[in-house]
Design a protein around this ligand. Structure first.
Ligand code: BGC
Length: 737
């Protein structure tokens, strides 16, 4: 008995001793905060500072002495980028870093389907994990303010509510892989021209009502573990070390416990970086770890200069403790997370996800008949045509290349031409029609007029004999198109495409136009072209998705996440002087204020080419009378609006039912209406479903600049329910008491 007791005590003692030997920070049964505290307590000041800046182009160090691993980052947001060299932007030339390219975020937003966003996040998160990444640089949620912004294709459109809903499942699913998302570019990086220094001035209302809500949703609802500061300035201070947006709003009001990472080279000042909420500095100019003492990673603003300031007491130690704690927390969540899955790469599931997202995001802008007696041109029944001519550089172009940091090295890629050939076989012939230069980032090739002329003439000649012409055009990822670092120079389609379209129409009215872009474009021929499809950038399975829609295998259900103005000067940002866009190269004033996108066109009664939320189907939907649960809503209450929606056509289809609210009388200017809820539902022919929406008082609020808080004023609110922001099928109203 005694022996047994002794053995037990000894056993406990040994186990206890062993447990005591495992440091808390290495014990993943301990709460993360305890591990952070423990690790921090073991670190030297130099080690803490080292965490706060890059050690290579895409990594930051851990704490080697303590066995705390590095953080490896990668672009984002449409696939996991190929490996970059340690010290420069060149590709490292690995052979195991080819990935799935997913549709651009504009396409994801156009699905208006959070389930698609979850599928996207799951697939890209698994690829990031498989590739050994800890931080995926995306998604982007900057608001679409002007169709000239070169990076709109990486964002989720003009509406803060839509972007806020759509980014959340992406973030949650990526992070289930032990990979952090890095939501970018926080904030007000709404153009590429002068992005490194343009100083944005705007009202508190525009900031809180338009430009911040998607970031807030990403942080509070998505729980993103990191966020990327943008290049521009906000009210005089660089966004990567900005007292208002980082300290006050992000880390204060929103309670963000994650890590602020600079955009690459976005840090400009040690004191500000130390004090104003920056945690990790990446991409500042460096010639790498050479023998020179100049411009090494140690010379980053948050490296030696920071250490010196800390030691001399110019900035408090609490700043580095806070930064290091946040970074350790991130490391425990990602690189040091023993429970994360292993990830997968280029699987059938990932290709299927890319295809389904493409299928749901493609928007049927217009579908008329070529002549009075014929049926709408789409879908294209294979037996109807003998000879289908595909025209266009974008039908065969590698659109995953170029564009900037979202450039991808794909394992597989199905072009629109290949996708159409799979369905229509040798009925398809192809000619280029226009030339756009080789795919490249940061440059554009001039194509001689004679080349353009001869390509156009050849296409017109072939179009004369074709039964149907499908022109796959739009923009591309070269400079001044949909491309990082520069804005578009014009709203018009480039490479002589307007002339090409007119010439093709001159010989063949059966013209289907497919636009592959991340932006709206001007359409002087819109009335003459019978069928127009907005096909975005669709990634690896793009050709299949396009063929799915054009053939009718899939009924289109995408809706525009931004408006297409008739002309550029109709757009709010372009309705004032240069200071409003692009600024005077130093400063820019957002005079369009809270009236961005449809909020502007609606309120100012300006017709658009295609409105926000627009997208046709091969079937039709009827909206019944909306029912309100109550005619009044109280300060702390909610009410329900239900509306029956019926598929009145002959094929199954998906409809996005959109609910907008308008504040009928208010002491401040409010947009005519604002999107507050939507639901995508699938209906079989003849099927009807009741769609319920819940409205709460928060949905009625505006940002009160005097009180610096959200406020709803009592009175009447109008409910608009429809198939787009313009195609409103039913209205009703209620009162806030
Ligand atoms: C871009 C970021 C990108 C980073 C790293 C920057 O130039 O603005 O979006 O994540 O480079 O490639």
């Amino acid at each position: 008995m005694k022996k047994h007791l002794l053995a037990c005590l000894l056993g406990m003692c040994t186990a206890g001793m062993l447990m005591a030997q495992t440091p808390v920070y290495l014990d993943d049964n301990q709460p993360v905060e305890a591990r952070v505290k423990d690790a921090l307590g073991r670190m030297t000041l130099e080690e803490k500072v080292a965490l706060c800046h890059a050690q290579s182009k895409f990594s930051s160090p851990g704490v080697p002495r303590l066995g705390i691993p590095e953080l490896w980052m990668s672009d984002g947001p449409h696939g996991v980028r190929a490996e970059i060299n340690w010290n420069d932007w060149g590709y490292a030339g690995w052979t195991n870093d080819s990935v799935t390219a997913f549709p651009a975020l504009t396409c994801l937003a156009a699905t208006w389907n959070p389930d698609m966003s979850a599928a996207y996040g799951k697939a890209i998160g698994e690829e990031a994990r498989y590739r050994g990444k800890d931080v995926l640089l995306g998604p982007g949620v900057n608001i679409y303010r002007t169709p000239l912004n070169g990076r709109n294709f990486e964002y989720m459109g003009e509406d803060p509510y839509l972007a806020g809903i759509m980014c959340v499942p992406y973030i949650r699913e990526v992070q289930k892989n032990g990979v952090a998302t890095c939501v970018k570019h926080y904030a007000l990086n709404n153009q590429e021209l002068w992005r490194g220094h343009i100083d944005v001035e705007l009202s508190d209302r525009a900031l809180h009502e338009i430009y911040l809500p998607a970031f807030k949703a990403a942080v509070q609802k998505g729980g993103s573990w990191t966020i990327m500061g943008s290049y521009n300035k906000i009210r005089g201070q660089h966004a990567c070390h900005n007292e208002l947006t980082l300290n006050k709003i992000l880390k204060g009001d929103w309670g963000f416990d994650g890590v602020v990472i600079t955009d690459w080279g976005g840090c400009h000042d040690t004191y500000e970086a130390a004090m104003n909420g920056l945690d990790i500095e990446m991409g500042s100019y460096t010639n790498g770890l050479t023998s020179e003492s100049k411009f090494t990673y140690d010379d980053y603003y948050l490296a030696k200069p920071y250490l010196a300031m800390l030691k001399s007491g110019k900035v408090p130690m609490s700043t580095v403790d806070d930064k290091a704690s946040r970074i350790l927390r991130l490391i425990f969540r990602t690189s040091m997370n023993r429970h994360k899955p292993f990830g997968t790469l280029t699987t059938d599931d990932h290709y299927q996800a890319a295809r389904t997202i493409g299928d749901e995001g493609i928007v049927l802008l217009k579908n008329a008949s070529a002549t009075k007696k014929s049926a709408p041109l789409l879908p294209i029944a294979g037996d109807k045509y003998k000879n289908i001519l595909v025209v266009g550089d974008n039908a065969i172009r590698m659109l995953n290349q170029g564009g900037g940091s979202s450039d991808l090295k794909v394992k597989d890629m199905i072009s629109p031409l290949e996708g159409l050939r799979e369905v229509y076989g040798d009925k398809i012939s192809y000619t280029r029609g226009y030339a756009a230069g080789r795919p490249m980032y940061g440059r554009a090739e001039e194509v001689p007029q004679s080349v353009s002329d001869s390509l156009r003439i050849a296409a017109v000649k072939m179009a004369k004999d074709a039964d149907l012409v499908i022109l796959v055009g739009g923009l591309n990822k070269n400079n001044f198109q949909d491309c990082e670092g520069v804005d578009r120079l014009s709203y018009a389609l480039p490479f002589g495409q307007n002339e090409l379209i007119e010439s093709l129409l001159g010989v063949n009215k059966n013209l289907v136009l497919v636009l592959l872009t991340g932006n709206a474009v001007e359409m002087p021929w819109v009335k003459q072209v019978p069928a127009i499809v907005q096909g975005w950038y669709l990634g690896s399975m793009g050709g299949k998705s396009l063929a799915d829609i054009l053939s009718g295998k899939v009924n289109p259900s995408g809706k525009l996440p931004f408006s297409f103005p008739v002309k550029l000067t109709d757009c709010g940002a372009h309705s004032f002087d240069k200071l409003c866009y692009p600024g005077d190269s130093i400063k820019e004033v957002y005079k369009d204020d809270i009236l961005v996108g449809y909020r502007w066109y609606d309120t100012k009664k300006i017709p658009t080419l295609f409105p926000f939320g627009h997208g046709l189907s091969y079937t039709t939907f009827a909206y019944g009378k909306p029912q309100l649960s109550s005619k009044v809503i109280t300060e702390d209450g909610k009410l329900t609006v239900s509306i029956p929606v019926k598929n009145t056509g002959r094929v199954s289809g998906k409809e996005v039912v959109q609910l907008y609210l308008g504040d009928e009388k208010c002491s401040v200017l409010r947009p005519l209406k604002e999107l507050k809820a939507f639901q995508k539902l699938e209906l079989a022919p003849g099927e009807e479903k009741l769609v319920p929406f819940t409205i709460s008082v928060d949905d009625l609020k505006f940002y009160d600049e005097a009180k610096q808080d959200w406020k709803a004023e009592p009175g009447k609110f109008k409910v608009y329910i429809g198939s787009s922001s313009k195609d409103i099928r039913q209205t009703t109203e209620f009162e806030l008491q």
